[in-house]
Design a protein around this ligand. Structure first.
Ligand code: BGC
Length: 244
């Protein structure tokens, strides 16, 4: 069999409804199929780490691990966990996953990881991810401003972007109204950040139809996993990897 360009990265996307795992070769080409396990309820660290451990067995061999976590992550440690069990707060996500896998591990906010894979690296670029929660990531010339957390910023009527655009809101109001709200949010955010490109990603971006103005790009959710490679590029993020 032809050797795969190394290092191979295991990308883990921790979500409020599912945990996704995919091995990528050094060029970002997927090795084997993406594995998805349902997020246990309650979504405690113990239960979720057990679910991740259970999914590791069937994966190809990998050299390092990148984790996207749905909350603020500082040097591998979870500082918020809005849509998971609160007991995640203070947990060293990178260290826990490094212990499970025995490999050096980086952990960062899930939207930050997704953004790393899609940005062009020119000027101000903003990424919004649409899933259970609303994630956001800001880049200047390809360099990440970590943990933007726009989702919890009040937008209208004392409600945050996440209150109005998260998955529960989509289920409540339906696709048409939700999409209209999203268009309005995008206009507000473009005016606020003066970004060159605003990317729309995350699981619910696949529902978006119709024409979007120039400067708005709808991106594939697999990007959430592909960004795992860029997390290791020097100068992209300032957090050192954890190895045990
Ligand atoms: C969290 C963010 C996360 C987003 C998407 C929000 O509730 O606060 O950190 O990026 O959900 O998962």
């Amino acid at each position: 069999m032809k050797a795969r360009p190394r290092p191979v990265t295991l990308a883990v996307d921790i979500g409020a409804t599912g945990i996704k795992l995919l091995c990528l070769d050094a060029r970002g080409k997927p090795l084997g199929a993406r594995v998805r396990v349902a997020t246990p309820s309650p979504a405690t660290p113990q239960a979720m780490l057990r679910a991740i451990a259970g999914a590791l067995g069937g994966l190809p061999r990998y050299d390092r691990v990148s984790v996207g976590f749905p909350g603020v992550v500082e040097r591998g440690v979870a500082r918020t966990a809005a849509n998971l069990d609160r007991s995640w707060i203070g947990i060293d996500v990178a260290r826990k996953i490094a212990r499970l896998t025995g490999k050096p591990t980086h952990a960062a906010n899930d939207a930050d990881v997704q953004g790393l894979s899609v940005v062009e690296g020119k000027g101000v670029e903003l990424v919004l991810t649409l899933g259970t929660g609303v994630g956001s990531a800001l880049f200047l010339d390809g360099r990440l401003v970590p943990n933007l957390e726009l989702g919890h910023h009040p937008w209208r009527d004392n409600k945050s972007y996440e209150d109005l655009l998260g998955d529960p809101a989509l289920k409540r109001v339906g696709l048409r109204i939700w999409t209209q709200r999203l268009r309005e949010a995008v206009a507000t955010l473009r005016a606020t950040f003066q970004c060159r490109i605003l990317y729309l990603g995350g699981g619910n971006a696949r529902l978006l139809e119709g024409h979007w103005p120039k400067g708005i790009r709808v991106v594939d959710n697999v990007a959430g996993l592909l960004g795992g490679i860029r997390l290791w590029e020097p100068g992209r993020v300032q957090h050192p990897p954890r190895s045990s």
